[in-house]
Design a protein around this ligand. Structure first.
Ligand code: PEP
Ligand code: NA
Ligand code: MN
Length: 613
């Protein structure tokens, strides 16, 4: 252990080494020393989280041609990835634990020692020609009892700068850590540089068969190799705050969920808090930053992707957003669909795989304004006549949450916000009505477990047209899915009458012409208002086979431009269609094997009975 410090003394800047020596956290020293020895970088750098550090690293990447300084936006930069490195790679994402049955049927399982052997070979010498950055980060406000500290070691400056925005980074984290525990996260783009070699204006990565996004769920550590893309490389986000945290939460009796968090305030000033889970590319970020179209109802954003929730001393479930930024999908984001996101990324933001316009701004499909000519995400000249999209469909903006004009003033309160409502949903062009309220907690858990959506661009390999995505956690639950469902039942038992009400929504039904029926975006506030009034016992609902539903007159539709037939279509239950879902759901449940909770089977049995009667 003393040896680790001694070793680090020989390869670090003295003032940075002194910080580690003063801290004397042996697990940290060992993690850094081992990583340096294994990856053999040219330089080792401990991040302090300062603006100067961000500016210096960013300027270095601009100099190397890896980033474009966008003259039209204050302190904003654009990056292009390797064309193969544009999204999460679920087929190369691994859960390593002793027993395969603990990972369950929805994860790629590998035996930990085997995976370590393979990855050690890959890591060996992988940072040659590069700097090894050590990033101390906190998920959640620094020092909050619900927060978790991680250390990401990476050879990517892009990762360092994105982590500055997405998490709390630097000296403050070292102070909060002391001798305490943390989640070690090792990341490399997997492309050592030969003498004199450079990156050629694109971020480097390894070929797909060498990419590994690995989670050691028992040791609670993360090893990522071969990709520079957000969800694969910013290890605080999906890897720590969802996958590793899902395992911690199960063990410790809390919840780590793929959910946005928002506050809705009614005209009387009463506050409601909603946590909502949707699969990727269903407008989670748009809903999180919604502009209410209902007179007197105000929406404020707490988070757009991840919720950590614990019961407080009064038995109330409280949620924090463990992140400090948004890593949002750019295409489709404009002043109509999400004005708050547009404002959030006006300055101090990073853009990835967009079009860089001739006036040194970024542009993307279905964004604001036009682009007549620019350089596309692959670095080629682009015009609207090019016949290909200028921005990649999964192009991203990374923006500080504090820049969101309607962020909750207390979004960083370590105590979190009390959750009144859970929403599940997906993108379904048929069958699933605008909104349904669960009859009780167990029925709501069934709704979450059977959530399904049509395809997304956020994963490279998500496959089939309609994908079951339970709780929007299919790619993120790092243990047996059926145990996770049981955890939801258990949480309901613990919460009792404090349990949030559960709803299911679908904004995406289409008419015969293939056009969306419900206008969506800001108008979704009408549905949220009904939910809050249900919590307050003020709005009507009637029982259907699939849950409680509003009649037209129960919703505030003032000024909504839909015909009665259209409203009837999205508020009706297609009994025959739902019957056809039953065998699909049963088949899906069977894939869970013995661990499938009886309470879940009871739900599908009851639904079948209700549909028959
Ligand atoms: C990601 O891929 O890094 C990410 C944030 O994914 P998603 O938008 O699917 O949540
Ligand atoms: Na700029
Ligand atoms: Mn997400």
């Amino acid at each position: 252990m003393g040896n680790d410090l001694e070793y680090l003394k020989g390869c670090m800047r003295p003032e940075q080494y002194e910080k580690l020596a003063a801290l004397n956290n042996s697990k940290l020293n060992e993690f850094i020393a081992d990583s340096v020895q294994l990856c053999t970088p040219d330089d080792v750098y401990l991040c302090d989280g300062s603006k100067n550090e961000y500016d210096t690293i960013m300027a270095g990447m601009v100099n190397e041609g890896l980033a474009t300084d966008l003259k039209a936006r204050e302190n904003c930069f654009h990056f292009r990835s390797d064309p193969s490195d544009v999204a999460r790679v679920e087929g190369r994402t691994y859960i390593a634990c002793e027993n395969e049955s603990d990972a369950g049927p929805t994860n790629n399982w590998i035996y930990p020692d085997k995976l370590k052997g393979t990855m050690r070979d890959l890591y060996s010498g992988c940072m040659k020609g590069r700097t090894l950055y050590v990033i101390p980060f906190s998920m959640g406000p620094i020092g909050s009892p619900i927060s978790k500290i991680g250390f990401e070691i990476t050879d990517s400056g892009y990762v360092v700068c994105n982590m500055h925005i997405m998490t709390r980074v630097g000296d403050k984290v070292l102070e909060a850590l002391g001798q305490g525990d943390f989640v070690p996260c090792l990341h490399s783009v997997g492309k050592p540089l030969a003498e004199g070699e450079s990156d050629n204006g694109m971020w480097p990565c390894a070929p797909v068969e060498k990419k590994y996004i690995s989670h050691f769920t028992e040791e609670q550590k993360i090893w990522s190799f071969g990709s520079g893309y957000g969800g694969n490389a910013l290890l605080g986000k999906k890897c720590l705050a969802l996958r590793i945290a899902s395992v911690m939460a199960k063990k410790e009796g809390w919840m780590a969920e793929h959910m946005l968090i928002l506050r809705l305030t009614n005209p009387e000033g009463k506050k409601f808090h909603i946590a909502a889970a949707f699969p990727s590319a269903c407008g989670k970020t748009n809903l999180a930053m919604l502009q209410s179209t209902v007179e007197g109802w105000k929406v404020e954003c707490v988070g757009d992707d991840i919720a950590w929730m614990k019961m407080d001393d009064n038995g109330q479930l409280r949620a924090i957003n463990p992140e400090s930024g948004f890593f949002g999908v750019a295409p489709g984001t404009n002043s109509k669909t999400n004005p708050m996101a547009v404002k959030s990324c006006e300055k101090n933001s990073i853009f990835t795989n967009c079009v860089v316009t001739d006036d040194s701004d970024v542009w993307w499909e279905d964004g604001d304004g036009e682009c007549k000519h620019g350089i596309d995400w692959k670095g080629r000249e682009w015009t609207p006549e090019s016949g290909e999209k200028g921005a990649h469909p999964n192009a991203r903006f990374t923006a500080p949450a504090a820049q969101c004009p309607n962020v909750c003033p207390d979004w960083e309160d370590p105590a979190g916000v009390p959750i009144d409502i859970f929403i599940f949903g997906g993108r379904r062009s048929e069958l699933v009505p605008l909104v349904t309220e669960a009859m009780d907690w167990d029925h709501g858990v069934y709704m979450g477990a059977t959530a399904a959506s049509e395809k997304t661009a956020a994963a490279l390999d998500s496959g089939v047209a309609i994908r079951r995505d339970p709780f929007a956690m299919l790619p993120f639950c790092a243990y047996h899915m059926a145990d996770y469902w049981q955890h939801w039942f258990d949480m309901g038992d613990k919460l009792g009458e404090n349990a949030p009400k559960i709803f299911y929504v679908n904004w995406f039904q289409k008419n015969e012409k293939g056009k969306f029926i419900w206008p969506g975006f800001g108008e979704n506030s009408r549905v949220l208002k009904w939910m809050c009034e249900r919590v307050d016992g003020k709005a009507g609902a009637y029982d259907t086979a699939i849950g409680k539903m509003p009649k037209k007159e129960d919703l505030d539709l003032n000024g909504i431009d839909l015909t009665d037939e259209e409203m009837d279509k999205i508020l009706s239950v297609d009994t025959e269609g739902w019957k056809k879902e039953l065998p699909i759901v049963r088949e899906f449940f069977e894939t869970m094997g013995d661990k499938l909770p009886d309470r879940m089977v009871a739900q599908v049995d009851r639904l079948e009975q209700r549909l028959k009667s």
